[in-house]
Design a protein around this ligand. Structure first.
Ligand code: FES
Ligand code: FES
Length: 159
């Protein structure tokens, strides 16, 4: 076992983990952060995407021990007392989800995408989301939502 400390959605967690434990399993089973989901076992779908020190990462492709000392943001930390995060509002308003299974990863990837490129073109949004799959194929709504989120971010709407 290895002792690690991660800050997840603003809270420090120090726990012992098996060295082989994937970060997504540590989040879900070790820390009860089940908002981050597993959609494949091949690191393809992006449903498990979280931000690690501000960068979007597929949490099934990282060992928990590799995240020792990191700050991790998950979908569970997005909404606050003041309501939905602007990216959640944009997905809601632009029908960016159907079953919602891909949504946790889509939201986290979208935040990183817009941080990296605050005024993306539609092609750049599609390119930026190419590691995240939606099995409901609701891509048009997702792309519209990310474009709207970027515009709201431009107006100071991110947090
Ligand atoms: S569960 Fe991580 S990429 Fe699919
Ligand atoms: S909304 Fe169902 S997988 Fe994307």
């Amino acid at each position: 076992m290895a002792r690690i400390t991660v800050n997840v959605d603003g809270m420090d967690h120090t726990t012992d983990v098996e060295p082989r434990t994937l970060l997504v399993h540590h989040l879900r089973e070790g820390l009860g952060k089940t908002g981050t989901v597993v959609g494949c076992d091949t690191s393809n779908c992006g449903a498990c995407t979280v931000l690690i020190d501000g960068e979007s990462v597929k949490s099934c492709s990282v060992l928990a021990v590799q995240a020792d000392g990191a700050t991790i943001e998950t979908v569970e930390g997005l909404a606050g007392p003041e309501g939905l995060h602007p990216v959640q509002t944009a997905f809601h308003e632009h029908h960016g989800l159907q079953c919602g299974y891909c949504t946790p990863g889509m939201l986290m990837r979208s935040i990183c995408l817009v941080r990296e490129n605050p005024s993306p073109s539609e092609d750049e949004v599609r390119e930026g989301l190419n590691g995240n799959m939606c099995r409901c194929t609701g891509y048009q709504g997702i792309v519209s939502a990310v474009m709207a989120y970027a515009e709201s971010a431009d107006e100071g709407g991110t947090r």
